[in-house]
Write a protein that binds this ligand. Sequence first.
Ligand code: ZN
Length: 192
Amino acid sequence: MRVFVAIVLVSLTWLTACQENRETTRTVEMYNSSDDMIGTANLTEADAGVNVKLKLEGLEPGYHGIHIHEYPKCDAPDFKTAGNHLNPTGDQHGLMHPEGAHLGDLPNIEADADGLVDAELMLPEATLLDGKKSLLDGEGTSLVITEGQDDGVSQPGGDSGARIACGLIAKDEKKTTETPTDPTNFNEEQEE
Ligand SMILES: [Zn+2]
């Protein structure tokens, strides 16, 4: 038994070390329909997909659906501008659907009696790097939480109710706070 435990510990250490070497991470700020920030989602590129670490507050206790949506637009109060669930492969909605799931489908999260969520989820097959299954493909995407829980099979969104919180996963997030590039420098770079 001790040998087994030792092997598990060594494996965990090794896995942690590998993940730390990855530089692709993104912090998503989540806002409710009153435009109040309710917490963050930390996205990290991993071998198995994208790891989503959630720290949220102010939610109704109980289960809520959570999904990646196709547009980086979080217009309160209904967040409909985020579009549908991210689905670049044309699959059906739902983690329990035989022809599912959308790339952006995540397991439900549970807020405790104080309305807090501290959870770690995985988006298998997704990436933060380039490609068709990238969360940053095009202009980017968004992360949306719903009032009710996702039943895992109903089309198109798991019958999970109204959208209550949203966070941008925008491709050009950093550029918006930077001063514009000097046009002269830009031209020189172009000629290389
Ligand atoms: Zn879906």
